[in-house]
Write a protein that binds this ligand. Structure first.
Ligand code: C5P
Length: 400
């Protein structure tokens, strides 16, 4: 997805600079070319030699590297790339960007470039929350800069909160999303996928046969059409889609939280096979065979994430799509489910054991919406995904 793309990566001076080494590796693994620029402060955290070794090219360090204009001047350097990425973007670097300073190579390139810019901020939580940084972020966004992260978590300085740089793979996803143009460019779409695992005790869990293949294929098809996709997945058999922001969860309760944190979205597709029940009280220790006979498992109902999201007053995605995996009376049950869940479309499929659909390569679906029922022939799950993605484009994009 990033093959042939060129990233100008500006590494700022923060402890998160070490993660930029992994970012370079991940970008190159995907076929991108990376031209690295390190600030003077960044050299306190990573050596130009390691950056250069990973990038497989020379690293640019200061304006005087460019005095030989015959080789590459700063204007040219600022424009060679498809995207300029600043990771980590420190509070200081962001302030200088917002103020339009050009007092070193990094800020000069950022001022001279006509290429889109993406930043991955990283700083102490108080610095991130400071009014000055809030102003600078708002200014940068207004200037058209896209911002990935930061994330909330334990920080190198010992505090907890937002300020940690986004993980390299999430930055890669944001970059891929940014560089993939299509009818869904500018749209944020949430996809849930895979099964959930509900623990019984530390070693046993309740699961289902969902492989995550259909949800992954849908997310991939949406990324390819330019959408920025948040992919919330349970423990699936297939790898997650390239170019999506991936949030991994295990249980239904975790999935519910991840979905809430991913909103707002223009559309949400609930392809996950969420367990309807969890243990009322999972055991902290392994259940033992005992003379008391077989254990009796007491269940509690899991939240219905699709129904909850469909019922939101604030932040309800404009298009909510549910799945109905049925083994009998598919159409009747699915139509009733659409009304019960309050979603806009239901994608119904027959998962009876004889069909080989659950966990298999193919799917035969019927899409039910307000206007009626549309049955598609049995086809590869990727083809189902493509057709569904095109239908989503028609619904979300006026005139398509
Ligand atoms: O009720 P049922 O499990 O058949 O509903 C299937 C649809 O509801 C799927 O879209 C599934 O992702 C979603 N769902 C959910 N949360 C649950 C159960 C199902 O989002 N707890």
């Amino acid at each position: 997805m990033l093959a042939g793309k060129h990233i100008l990566l500006i590494v700022g001076g923060g402890i998160a600079a070490f993660k930029s080494l992994d970012l370079i590796r991940r970008l190159r693994e995907r076929g991108a070319t990376v031209t690295p620029v390190v600030t003077e402060a960044a050299e306190q955290f990573v050596t130009p030699l390691s950056v250069s070794a990973l990038a497989g090219t020379r690293v640019y360090r200061d304006l005087f590297d460019l005095t030989d204009e015959a080789e590459m001047g700063h204007i040219q350097l600022s424009r060679v790339a498809d995207l300029v990425v600043v990771a980590p973007a420190t509070a200081n670097l962001m302030a200088r960007m917002a103020g339009g300073l050009a007092d070193d190579l990094a800020t000069t390139l950022l001022l001279a470039t006509d290429t889109p810019v993406m930043i991955a901020p990283a700083m102490n939580v108080r610095m991130w929350e400071h009014a000055a940084t809030r102003r600078n972020v708002a200014q940068l966004r207004a200037d058209g800069v896209s911002v990935v992260g930061p994330e909330e978590g334990d920080m190198a300085c010992g505090e907890y909160g937002p300020g940690r740089m986004a993980e390299p793979l999430d930055i890669v996803a944001a970059i891929a999303g940014h560089l993939t143009e299509g009818p869904l460019t500018g749209k944020h779409i949430l996809v849930t996928s895979g099964p959930t695992h509900e623990p019984i005790d530390p070693v046993r869990y309740i699961a289902n046969r969902s492989s995550g293949a259909q949800g992954t294929a849908i997310a991939q098809a949406l990324v390819m059409r330019g959408a920025s996709v948040t992919f919330v997945t349970g423990p699936a058999d297939v790898p997650p889609p390239e170019g999506a922001r991936v949030i991994r969860v295990t249980t239904a309760l975790e999935m519910q939280k991840a979905v809430a944190s991913a909103l707002p979205a223009d559309a949400a597709i609930f392809a996950a096979a969420v367990a309807d029940w969890r243990m009322a009280q999972a055991s902290d220790t392994k259940l033992k065979k005992s003379s008391g006979g077989v254990p009796v498992l007491e269940f509690a109902e899991n939240p219905d994430i699709l129904r909850e999201t469909s019922a939101l007053e604030k932040n309800r995605p404009g298009l909510v799509i549910g799945f109905a995996a049925e083994t009998d009376d598919v159409l009747k049950n699915a139509a009733a489910k659409r009304l019960r869940k309050g979603c806009d479309w239901i994608v119904a499929n027959d998962v009876s054991p004889g069909t080989g659909i659950m966990g298999g390569q193919e799917n035969a679906v019927t899409v039910i919406d307000e206007a009626g029922v549309e049955s598609w022939p049995r086809m590869d799950k990727n083809a189902v995904a493509g057709r569904l993605a095109d239908r989503i484009v028609s619904a979300l994009v006026a005139g398509s």
